[in-house]
Design a protein around this ligand. Structure first.
Ligand SMILES: Nc1nc2c(ncn2[C@@H]2O[C@H](COP(=O)(O)OP(=O)(O)OP(=O)(O)O)[C@@H](O)[C@H]2O)c(=O)[nH]1
Length: 351
């Protein structure tokens, strides 16, 4: 039986840039396309899948979502990614399109190269690599080193030139892109947006499109269907690591993640205040999870990206579900795990 190749969109972008939000938008606007979703997370709790599954739409069907929870898709291509793709391809009801959301710390390059493995290449093609960039984080210079020491303008100028793990990873994700979704435009003014966009243009491959968005609202038909066959066009997309080490394996020691479980206890405001304080004190890059708030029938989804903390009740607790607060914490290594845990647990004990 011959099939046409299934187009696959790879979504990359730094921690908290809005990848899951974009995926949610794609699923809600799939216009009848059956989409299989592969989600890769850094951290040991599958928050992203749970966020999508909590959306309540029939487009977020549990059976169409596959989670690769063990960290970095770039390091587990052979063990995890290839078998997962083969399982999708073996289904009797093959999807019309595959979307892969990589973890915010993943280098997209090894994943893109995996599409040239013979058993994958025969059946699947990369429709496009979409990199989500966080306009607010960029405007605030959050990829620069010594953030406090430089003034806002210098930060903006230097943000992409630094040899920090954050800066390098960010550049690696940028050069991999066929399209950049410059997200969170609602959080910055027009002048800052222009500055961020000008800076991005200097660091991406020529010809890459930038699409501005808020909350991942991009025309799905423009996003899916780029028809790039990216696996055949790898030139100029090399990561720092590939350029410096001939593509030998790479390390993820630069970043660290752990999860914390807290008993239900503090109220919403107390908990969010404690989270904000902890993030500020320990330079946490990303924190996310779900919280049990006393008296609330629904669980509170918590999403922090740098200093910005969002929270919303996403769905009611299910029968038999463990009503505790579980949070994933991600930051540059070494993370002061004990101190962060103590700081978060203090609020639960005080309640
Ligand atoms: N104001 C604003 N918030 C946004 C926008 N897009 C996403 N967010 C919020 O940013 C937070 C992170 O969004 P996600 O979609 O989870 O980001 P992500 O890139 O999937 O995060 P990781 O998978 O952890 O790397 C959430 O609180 C979102 O609601 C936007 O355009 N504007």
């Amino acid at each position: 039986m011959s099939h046409s190749k299934i187009p696959t969109t790879v979504i990359t972008g730094f921690l908290g840039a809005g990848k899951t939000t974009l995926v949610r938008h794609i699923l809600a606007n799939a216009k009848g396309k059956r989409i299989a979703l592969i989600i890769n997370e850094f951290g040991d709790i599958g928050v992203d899948k749970d966020v999508l599954a909590g959306c309540g739409d029939e487009t977020c069907r549990e059976e169409d979502m596959i989670e690769l929870a063990n960290g970095c898709i770039c390091c587990t291509v052979a063990d995890d990614f290839i078998p997962t793709m083969k399982a999708i391809l073996a289904r009797p009801d093959r999807p019309d399109h595959i979307v892969i959301e990589t973890s915010g710390l993943a280098l997209p390059q090894p994943l893109i190269r995996a599409f040239n493995w013979p058993e994958i290449k025969a059946e699947v093609t990369i429709d496009g690599v979409v990199t989500v960039a966080d306009a607010a984080a960029l405007a605030e210079g959050r990829f620069a080193s010594n953030e406090e020491e430089v003034d806002a303008q210098r930060r903006l100028d230097e943000m992409l030139d630094h040899d920090t793990p954050l800066g390098e990873l960010f550049e690696d994700q940028m050069v991999a892109a066929d399209m950049i979704v410059l997200n969170k435009t609602d959080l910055v003014d027009a002048a800052a947006l222009e500055a961020v966009e000008a800076e991005l243009r200097e660091h991406m491959r020529q010809g890459t499109k930038i699409v501005r968005a808020a909350n991942g609202h991009v025309d799905t038909m423009a996003l899916l269907g780029l028809g790039m066959s990216t696996e055949d066009n790898l030139e100029g997309r090399e990561s720092h690591h590939e350029l410096e080490h001939d593509g030998e394996g790479h390390e993820h020691d630069d970043f660290d993640s752990f999860s914390v479980t807290l008993p239900s206890g503090p109220g919403r405001d107390q908990l969010l205040a404690a989270i904000s304080e902890t993030i500020a004190a320990h330079d946490v890059l990303r924190l996310k999870g779900f919280a049990a708030i006393p008296g609330a029938k629904a669980r509170l989804a918590i999403q922090a990206v740098g200093p910005r903390v969002n929270a919303y009740f996403d769905r009611e607790w299910k029968e038999g579900e463990d009503r505790v607060t579980r949070l994933v914490v991600i930051g540059e290594s070494p993370l002061a795990r004990d101190e962060i845990e103590t700081s978060l647990k203090k609020v639960a004990q005080a309640a």
